[in-house]
Design a binder for this molecule. Sequence first.
Ligand code: SF4
Ligand code: SF4
Length: 117
Amino acid sequence: MNIMNFTKVVIKNLFDKPVTRAYPYKKREYPERTRGKIEIDIDSCIFCGICSRKCPTGAIEVKRDEKLWSIERFGCIQCGYCAESCPKKCLSMNQNYTEPDAKKLKDTYIQNIEEQA
Ligand code: SF4
Ligand code: SF4
């Protein structure tokens, strides 16, 4: 790179906006179709287990007797198969990701049977 090109790059960079973001103060806004964290509407779940069987990483556990649905957050690869295959459409992907952590994170949801009766 000759000196003229170098000077042009320096001047351009002095007046351009920074290409980086001041994370965590400025968080990124993800596009509408981002495949982020799986959410469940536990009250609509029928505990059929299809999501668990479809999950390629085995991140989802369903216990029909206990009306329990759980997900190993860092085992999920955001493929979306579970949400696509749920017959009750009670799974969805929001636009955020699970916060990083040093340990495994399992989120467990239990349906309130009394409220459904
Ligand atoms: S596929 Fe849907 S209804 Fe069936 S267990 Fe999974 S979340 Fe519940
Ligand atoms: S998005 Fe994919 S990896 Fe994550 S829980 Fe659903 S099926 Fe499993």
